[in-house]
Design a protein around this ligand. Structure first.
Ligand SMILES: [Zn+2]
Length: 122
């Protein structure tokens, strides 16, 4: 799929940058959980996937151990970042973002629609 030399000057595939970061609020734009809004708990840049709170929940059957009674544990599974869009609290929807450099040199992401800075508070 990737042509030799086609990605010259760009990051190597295993360094591929994803547009979401931990603690970002994102909207799911495709798949089973389309329309859901959640917080990014973990990002796997090499896989291009992220775990989003409450999204892509899978049920895992646990065997009983001396420490727990076992049963079904529900936990979010990684979802491909192409299914995610950054959520703009002002537009109240998933938006495309632009990069902006503030006066103090900090790079931030801003909503392309309303210009609101979209960065996690933490
Ligand atoms: Zn906006």
């Amino acid at each position: 799929m990737i042509k030799r030399g086609a990605n010259k000057g760009l990051p190597k595939p295993h360094e591929a940058k994803v547009h979401v970061k931990k603690n970002d609020t994102v909207v799911v734009i495709a798949g089973r959980d389309k329309g859901k809004i959640g917080k990014v708990l973990q990002v796997f840049p090499r896989k291009g996937r992220a775990i989003v709170e409450g999204v892509n929940i899978v049920k895992k059957h646990m065997k009983p151990t001396p420490y727990s009674s076992g049963g079904i544990v529900e936990k979010p599974a990684p979802i491909h970042v192409s299914n995610l869009m950054l959520y703009c609290p002002k537009c109240k929807r998933g938006v495309k973002v632009a990069k902006k450099i503030l006066e103090d040199g900090t790079k931030v992401r801003v909503c392309k629609k309303c210009g609101e800075i979209i960065e996690p508070k933490e």
